[in-house]
Design a protein around this ligand. Sequence first.
Ligand code: MN
Length: 435
Amino acid sequence: MIKVAHFSDLHYGPKNLKEADRCFEAAVTQAILEGVDCAIITGDSTDHALEAHQPVVRALARQVQRLASNCPVLLLQGTFSHEPPGFLRTLAMVGSKYPITVADGIDCFGLSADGTVIEQMQPGERYKIVFHTLPTLNKAALAALSESMDSGTAVHTQARFLISELLQSWSQLNCQLRAKGIPSMVLSHGTVFNSVSEHGVPMSGTDHELDLGSLFASQASGVALGHIHKQQDWVDTGNGHRQVVAYPGSIGRFHHGELGEKHWLLWSLDAEGAEIEKCPTPARRTVDLVFEGVPDLEKLRELSAGLKGADVRLRYEVDEESRQKVDRAAIRAVLEEAGVKDVQIEGKTLIVQRQRAPGISTASLEEKMELWCAATNTPNAYELQQRLSILLNSDPVAIAKTVLDQLEKENNPQKSEPVSNENSETSEDLMAELF
Ligand SMILES: [Mn+2]
């Protein structure tokens, strides 16, 4: 039985240093204690290009060195924007008891029979386990594979086809190895069609290069993958042995809202197939608190009980008018009092949208009111218009007198006949009636 430690997506960078290093250090320690035969890192060891002298490079190198002081290590090239080509070669220069091997192209490697080195496969040599590597490839590497392809076919369809051909081409060797009791693995960095991202989103686009059918068709006992940050795995026994395809996911939690625990994988492989043990890493705990309106500090105090040690992201949405009522310092104080480790406050101001009636600037005052009544669904527009007309055409004293007289008549209806102004068209009519 061969034991392989599988780590992936370490994403070392100044911003992630604490999280990545705490998790990877713990994982390396566990792997050493498990007495693994070798270790693999399936891409994205860094988050972006780093200067060689940066402390974060040193931290990563130190952990890789600890690993390589206990067993041979294989580093697989990940996404170029995260792990610039050539970086792994510098990492492989770190002095250690066992060699650090870099796989940055399509290749075959084997763990030597004495277990001291992972080397490029040599014909006639006997190995404990064989690794087929399919790292992130640049377009030129894909083009070199694609001589037989028709130039009219879409690039992603070509890539998928080529990759499935390549995986298929390894099956014969893997079957032969298995017959001799030697397990094999495919190591790759890419997206399995329909896998799920760390935020729970299914990856079902057409540009995802790996499909489970082709991965199992490689006849490898195990397929160790990198790229997707959420741990997930698939098992198939249809080929007469237990085949496992698995992502360990990222070593730490690098973003808020990432679902599930973080892991490294302990693979156990023999000719009968593969098993994985999911080993959790001490990834940070992140919690999202969401408020509609100004965050209520009492409510926040209640919610923050039990969030000791967690990283909290507080999100709120407020109207423009209430924006000034949000006291960020007080929010921070409440969370810090609860022992929250890191506070991130994200506020969104909702802009009040005012409806503008078309043509309003060219209309007369009466027309404006009509438009306003229509826009605001105000009933009795006709009555309002009459009143507006009175306001525009009569002097204030006359209007006041009319209103007072009317009130008096309403209070003493027997003294005189009530005056109805229902049919009055203008203020003159109304006045004439009254005087
Ligand atoms: Mn990654």
